[in-house]
Design a protein around this ligand. Structure first.
Ligand SMILES: [Zn+2]
Length: 268
């Protein structure tokens, strides 16, 4: 029997608390609290645990049976390829931003144990209908939000997400992430200091969105980089809960077993 295959898409975005002005944005987005469980790090969560306990949360896929599973890349695929679109930056700023993004991916790889391979720059802009045809598994694009239909939040610093293929049939059901994307808002990120220091830095924006492209969703803890607000309290790079979630989403979660007759069209 041929498996039934469908695709799905989820997006998360990052808002700056101060840099872009405007009224304070509620820290809990509409997508949070939809019945998905927060994963707390065992041993650190007691009955009187402080509010800032390290946590992580996966984007989830609802399978045909109704079962929810984390949206994960297959960490056993050859490599996750990525390309970078720098169109939204003046040419003099592109080289430094590319180095910073590649450094960010290296930091992501150190946290999730997966292998990423840079395969060049691109003019591709991720959009809902064309993401499946992206020139790499992940595209990181410095383009105005108006150029994509994945999110219309002009005031966000960036947004990112994953697309997956889910299957069901005689050999069971499952899902695997096949595409990831990151949109970095050129005006927003350019207003922040470069580097991977604590607080409102370009590096933290890149790492947050790469977290979405790896299947993480927002958490309310200010101690985690996956908090939906980037503030001066943000850690320097991924926090304890971020790292626990990335490890579990990546190599520590084990291979995703994909039936032979499911074509996922990866780029590796
Ligand atoms: Zn976000």
């Amino acid at each position: 029997m041929r498996p039934s295959i469908g695709i799905g898409l989820v997006t998360g975005l990052l808002l700056s608390a101060g840099t872009l002005g405007g009224p304070p944005t509620p820290a809990v987005p509409a997508s949070f609290g939809n019945g998905e469980a927060l994963h707390a790090i065992q041993g650190l969560l007691g009955r009187s645990a402080p509010i800032a306990r390290p946590v992580y949360k996966f984007s989830t896929v609802t399978l045909a049976s109704g079962t929810k599973i984390p949206a994960r890349w297959n960490p056993c695929q050859d490599a996750i390829t990525y390309q970078v679109n720098l169109d939204g930056l003046t040419s003099s700023r592109r080289a430094a931003m590319l180095r910073q993004i590649r450094s960010g991916v290296n930091r992501l790889a150190a946290a999730d144990g997966m292998t990423y391979r840079y395969t060049g720059t691109t003019n591709f802009v991720p959009q809902q209908a064309t993401l499946v045809d992206a020139p790499a598994d992940i595209v990181v694009a410095l383009v105005a939000p108006s150029r994509t239909d994945l999110d219309r939040s002009e005031k966000s610093l960036g947004f990112g997400g994953v697309q997956w293929v889910a299957w069901s049939g005689s050999r069971g059901e499952g899902a695997v992430v096949t595409r990831g994307y990151v949109i970095l808002t050129p005006a927003g990120i350019s207003a922040l200091p470069p580097g991977f220091g604590a607080g409102e830095t370009q590096g933290n924006v890149i790492l947050h969105e790469l977290g979405h492209a790896t299947g993480l969703q927002h958490v309310p803890s200010a101690g985690e980089l996956m908090n939906p607000l980037l503030t001066s309290d943000a850690p320097a790079g991924y926090g304890l809960g971020d790292r626990a979630g990335l490890a579990r989403a990546g190599a520590d979660g084990g291979c995703v077993q994909i039936p032979n007759d499911v074509q996922i069209g990866d780029h590796s």
